[in-house]
Ligand binder design. Structure first.
Ligand code: ADP
Length: 241
């Protein structure tokens, strides 16, 4: 499902966090939003999800205007930076929550929820941890559970905010590979936020470089490596971070 952003402007009080953002994200693409802290990446992701509204501009999914749709009606999967799992719920209950928030007409019955939770746990290869609580899991495991919860509603669009930010290097690398495989298998359109150049270049089909609320550059990783002017952007990012 393609995503179209058309002239997005976003203010927090007097401060303009996003300045006339227009972008076309093709169906099935894995897009990295790369930029220094404060450049507007998270705000843009939240606007795509419907967690935040823009003062100006339109958002279209597969050509359909979703600008005024509520987050639930947009049906996107969202993975937060710090997992955002419910501490008092088991792993299975956390994933079931993703199904329980579906609109009433589509919500599965109890037996079906159990079956689908089982399938999702298998997908993220954590069936053996169904009855644990989040505090008993490693960072990488928690993030896989957060992903399973996001996938519960079978979204066609998956949005991830610094999904691997809190993890150590080895786990990051494994999870990146795993996310890439999952994306390709399930044919999502995915957008992830990162301030890590290496992560953006390794994982993305296309990288959108942001700076101070604007899009500086949109290119595939090979082109970004090759172009001298893009190296300038990266030097700048490296300097800021
Ligand atoms: P990034 O994800 O690139 O680090 P953000 O989208 O989080 O950037 O933030 C962009 C700018 O908007 C920052 O200057 C930030 O302080 C500001 N901002 C973000 N959310 C809010 C908010 N709820 N209220 C006021 N300012 C905000």
């Amino acid at each position: 499902m393609s995503i179209t952003l058309d002239g997005i402007n976003k203010y927090f009080g007097q401060f303009q966090a996003l300045k006339d953002i227009s972008l076309e994200i093709p169906d099935g693409e894995l897009t990295g939003l790369l930029g220094p802290s404060g450049s507007g990446k998270t705000t843009l992701l939240r606007i795509i999800a419907g967690l935040e509204t823009a003062e100006q501009g339109r958002i279209l999914f597969h050509g359909k205007d979703v600008t005024s749709l509520h987050v639930r009606e947009r049906r996107v999967g969202f993975v937060f930076q710090h997992y955002a799992l419910f501490r008092h719920m088991t792993v299975a209950q956390n994933i079931a929550f993703g199904l329980e928030v579906l609109p009433r007409k589509e919500r599965p019955g109890t037996a079906d929820i159990r079956k689908q939770v089982g399938e999702l746990l298998e997908m993220v290869q954590l069936s053996h941890l169904a009855d644990r609580f989040p505090s008993q899991l490693s960072g990488g495991q928690k993030q896989r559970i957060a992903l399973a919860r996001a996938l519960a509603m079978k979204p066609q669009i998956l949005l991830l905010d610094e999904p691997f930010g809190a993890l150590d290097a080895k786990v990051r690398k494994d999870l990146r590979r795993w996310l890439r495989a999952l994306h390709d298998e399930l044919h999502f359109t995915s957008v992830f936020v990162t301030h890590d150049q290496e992560e953006a270049l390794e994982l993305s089909d296309r990288v959108v470089v942001m700076s101070a609320g604007k899009i500086e550059q949109v290119d595939n990783p090979q082109a970004l490596y090759a172009q001298p002017e893009s190296r300038f952007v990266f030097d700048f990012l490296g300097h800021v971070n």
